[in-house]
Design a binder for this molecule. Sequence first.
Ligand SMILES: NC(=O)c1ccc[n+]([C@@H]2O[C@H](COP(=O)([O-])OP(=O)(O)OC[C@H]3O[C@@H](n4cnc5c(N)ncnc54)[C@H](O)[C@@H]3O)[C@@H](O)[C@H]2O)c1
Length: 338
Amino acid sequence: MKVLVTGGLGFIGSHTVVELQNKGFDVVIIDDCSNSDENVLDGIQAITGKKPLYEKLDLKEKHKVEDFFQRHQDVEGVIHFAASKAVGESVEKPLLYYENNIGTLVYILKELCNKNKASFIFSSSCTVYGQADKMPITEDAPVKVAESPYGNTKQMGEEIISDTCKVTPSLNAIALRYFNPMGAHPSGEIGELPKGVPQNLVPFITQTGIGLRQELSVFGDDYPTPDGTCIRDYIYVVDLAKAHVVALERLLNGKNEANYEVFNVGTGTGSSVLEAIQSFEKVSGRKLNYKIVDRRPGDITSAYADTTKANKVLGWKAEYTLEEAMNYAWIWEQKIRD
Ligand SMILES: NC(=O)c1ccc[n+]([C@@H]2O[C@H](COP(=O)([O-])OP(=O)(O)OC[C@H]3O[C@@H](n4cnc5c(N)ncnc54)[C@H](O)[C@@H]3O)[C@@H](O)[C@H]2O)c1
């Protein structure tokens, strides 16, 4: 069964390609390498013994998307990771984000609507909840006004898919709302490769740990949390990748209850910034150079998932702890700086 993975050379996409190939799927990747590198294909091959098909293609070019689907009529499922994801950049260049995250989604959905049957998985985010009123966050929690154009593209993306599914019975879709993906493959062959200053906490921690950055700034220790720092739900990237395979199989096997469904993907456990630092110090045996600075505008206090729906309905559950995931992130950081 052939599956298209857009953004399959990226962080979450590459780990998902591995899990798909391990399950016997034929994968074709589309990526424009705007935030990744073709060497990732070698990593995937080293782990799975198979190099996936790959087309270097910019999904913003509509006619190329049409041409791709013309040439690959046997694609039965699409997992759509390709997007721009830097929150700060999205505030400065909103149109770039709307074009890349919304335009590409529309082009792909148009192609899928022409098929007799299609399955689609969308990368959404817990950012849609903003600062939720209740913890842990269930899928029923209200979607809050987006804090950034990036966050808005995830909300709008979900609405576009939902509206399209309502009038397209042949299209089945699942939006997965990721919490905070982190870590790297246990093999050390693939991992997160942030270009420039990392946007996420864990690569910032490991880059500071290895000496690439002088110091980690912890934004605020006066939040209403046990140690005063912000709380997030760190989900190991391999667990997250497996959630995509399970979600796709649900659609391909016709097990879905509606033709558009939404699931949280997290561990269900919140960890503070200081706990993440302690976990790094434990696995690396190094002291991390960090300082407490003022709060950062736009940061929410706490976000962790209620994973009951994913556990019961998808039959999926996160298996790895923060410490295990941090250990793999650290092994990866050391390997790429060798
Ligand atoms: N990493 C996170 O913290 C996080 C959290 C929630 C949601 N997400 C979403 O998950 C998805 C994957 O995230 P990631 O962390 O793996 O990001 P990533 O940047 O590592 O991967 C995205 C990939 O898409 C490719 N791409 C971007 N625009 C493209 C285009 N126009 N045509 C073809 N390829 C294109 C990039 O080159 C990259 O390889 C994104 O949609 C992101 O918004 C990520």
